[in-house]
Design a protein around this ligand. Structure first.
Ligand code: HEC
Ligand code: HEC
Length: 361
């Protein structure tokens, strides 16, 4: 199949280039005491390969961030010096439920095994130029009530009144709050993240108020939602919704994007169509549009094997809100599927605007 071959070649080229140039030296320069070490070179090369396939679409080719909404700069120096390997590992493995950041761990229906995640942590670490900061695990004692006033004034516009994230990352996510230390949150506020919209607040807000902000953010901590094992894709024999229904009537923006309203109407009118949830299946399992099948965009071949070869409409959606769904739709179109579209607003918007959602298994 056309799409099957070129990504593998790309990965091979990346791997070989990485081995030749000795990625271990990236940013640090190769000196006598920093000779390329074969084992870590191999891990880094693997990290680059995995990153390009699963992360770059949102976090950018070199961790510059913001290729998709709110996907932060993983290569940012202020970020790197203040986060632990464990924080990175856990963010990748468990994701941030309810945001575009899916759980990538195989156990939860993601595509990555432990070595893949190790390799990503090494790669992200290799972007770091400065020494990590000395981080204390001491809790920070502030007053969340005073924190609220400062937060509404200075932070809510980007992070949302409940810390749910608007144009910036969320701050109330249970996964974030169980893995980030108080000190890490304080440093993010105090030092900011150079080159991103997150400014350093140390000259604008007093140290006490920064502690109050940390206490407020900390007060949003909730229990991490339960996770489920995800069944194999082949267990979903019913791919087509309303097999006996008429075709839907869509008018597409730019020949590709269908609005939530049109899609909802079509489903309710019993139209024959296929709904693909193109995120990692870990996200499908937490919440999806009823009738949608898990069809991760990084593996279009497996999905295509299950699709009928006729003119049934195939609608792809994701949360970011177009990255994965565009990728899947491109793959379908280049393989000859005629009637394909992308849910324009994405599934988070769909969910937050009262359209039907099925939670859990
Ligand atoms: C579909 C888009 C998307 C993809 C693909 C994606 N991420 Fe993310 N990632 C995000 C978003 C959005 C956030 C911020 C979530 C939030 O608001 O809490 C995030 C957050 C993170 C964080 C936490 C950063 C912090 O400071 O809180 C890490 C680490 C991370 N991603 C690494 C990765 C890696 C490594 C991959 C590849 C395996 C990846 N992401 C794939 C969108 C994505
Ligand atoms: C203009 C928009 C904007 C404002 C205002 C803003 N932030 Fe941020 N904030 C961001 C962005 C964007 C990031 C992620 C930057 C990156 O790519 O690393 C961020 C990152 C953070 C982080 C790290 C989160 C993580 O997942 O690693 C914390 C904590 C934070 N901000 C707290 C605050 C607080 C508290 C305030 C108010 C004093 C504030 N921010 C004001 C845009 C903003």
């Amino acid at each position: 199949m056309k799409t099957g071959i070129w990504p593998d070649l790309t990965l091979l080229v990346i791997l070989v280039t990485a081995l030749i140039t000795g990625v271990a030296g990236a940013g640090k320069g190769i000196s006598e005491d920093n000779l390329p070490n074969t084992e870590s070179d191999v891990l880094l090369a693997r990290g680059q390969q995995v990153y390009t396939r699963y992360c770059a679409l949102c976090h950018g080719d070199n961790g510059e961030g913001y290729a998709a909404d709110n996907a932060n700069a993983l290569g940012n120096q202020d970020f790197l010096v203040s986060v632990s390997d464990e924080f990175l590992w856990r963010s990748i493995a468990n994701g941030r439920p309810g945001t575009a950041m899916a759980a990538h761990d195989k156990r939860y229906g993601g595509p990555l095994d432990e070595t893949d995640i190790d390799s990503l942590v090494s790669l992200i670490r290799s972007w770091q130029l400065d020494e990590s900061l000395d981080m204390t695990a001491e809790p920070i004692l502030g007053d969340p009530v005073s924190g609220r006033i400062a937060y509404d004034q200075s932070c809510a516009v980007c992070h949302g009144y409940q810390g749910q994230g608007v144009t910036a990352t969320s701050l109330n996510n249970p996964e974030f709050l169980s893995s980030a230390s108080d000190e890490q949150i304080r440093l993010a506020i105090s030092n900011g993240r150079r080159g991103t919209p997150m400014s350093a607040y140390r000259d604008q807000i007093s140290e006490d108020t920064i502690d109050d902000l940390v206490a407020l953010i900390r007060s949003w901590k909730r229990e991490v939602p339960e996770r489920f094992e995800v069944p194999e894709f082949a267990e979903f024999p019913e791919v087509v919704l309303n097999p006996d229904g008429p075709p839907p009537q869509f008018s597409l923006r730019e020949g590709r994007y269908v609005s939530a309203e049109q899609l909802d109407t079509a489903i309710r009118n019993g139209a024959r169509l296929i709904l693909l949830d193109t995120r990692p299946p870990s996200d499908w399992y937490l919440a999806h549009i009823p009738g949608a099948i898990p069809a991760p965009a990084y593996d279009p071949e497996s999905t295509m094997m299950l699709l009928p070869e006729d003119d049934t409409w195939i609608i792809s959606y994701c949360a970011c809100p177009h990255k994965y769904s565009d990728q899947m739709t491109d793959a379908l179109r280049s393989n000859g599927y005629k009637n394909t579209a992308v849910l324009d607003e994405g599934v988070r918007w769909w969910q937050h605007n009262g359209y039907p959602i099925k939670y859990g298994p």
